[in-house]
Design a protein around this ligand. Structure first.
Ligand code: ZN
Length: 216
């Protein structure tokens, strides 16, 4: 009898704790992109925007990779959503805790699949993880001049041009070296893969290094 009372008291306590907690616990039923998912709790579907991080857009480099990563980590799984606030679009801005206890937001930045969203987050750990991913050129940081998703959404163009038709220097889309057109290696580039730069500066900005053979 005494035990029963204790159990019911604990039960009430937990019910209250849940009432005051902002957590959403449920199954991930959709992954919209790397930083936006949908979670089903009971009969309610919640749109979640990951807090403090910003993944490349779908039509940006690494946009699909970020989406795939998030999908692999949480789709169909039960997660704990630690809500920070609700945004203008009615989405819950939150940290997503995976079944293994890892924080999805953190993992995305660590793996170079998201930027630390500095405009909305002062998180020192995220800042540090981004710095380290940049330095080690992990994920999207393999590109020397990746465009921040917030700039991309504003329609900002890269400050260099890559041409599919003409330019002083040639490179393959699949490598990270650029050549003089006369280079032996340049002649092996298939026309479908060929890209051109008007000058060395553009090649450099696009993340290409000079070929050590033709030394452009
Ligand atoms: Zn070359």
């Amino acid at each position: 009898m005494k035990n029963l009372r204790l159990i019911s008291m604990l039960f009430i306590l937990f019910a209250f704790a849940n009432l005051f907690s902002n957590d959403i616990v449920g199954k991930v039923i959709a992954v919209k992109d790397g930083d936006t998912i949908e979670v089903l709790q009971g009969k309610e579907t919640y749109r979640i925007r990951l807090f403090g991080v910003d993944c490349p857009e779908k039509n940006q480099a690494f946009g699909n990779k970020a989406k795939q990563f998030t999908s692999d980590k949480c789709f169909g799984k039960k997660v704990t959503v630690r809500v920070n606030n609700k945004d203008m679009n009615g989405r819950y801005v939150a940290d997503v805790i995976l079944p293994d206890g890892n924080n999805l937001n953190v993992l995305l930045v660590k793996n170079g699949l998201a930027w630390h969203y500095k405009a909305y987050s002062k998180d020192k750990n995220l800042a540090k993880l981004e710095e380290s991913a940049r330095k080690n050129r992990i994920g999207l940081w393999a590109d020397k001049n990746p465009i921040a998703p917030w700039d991309f959404r504003k329609g900002k163009k890269p400050d260099y041009t890559v041409s599919k038709k003409e330019g002083k220097y040639i490179a393959s889309k699949n490598s990270k070296k650029y050549h003089k057109k006369s280079c032996k290696q340049a002649k092996e580039i298939k026309s479908a893969n060929a890209i051109y730069f008007k000058d060395k500066n553009d090649a450099k900005k696009a993340g290409y290094a000079p070929c050590t053979y033709c030394k452009p």
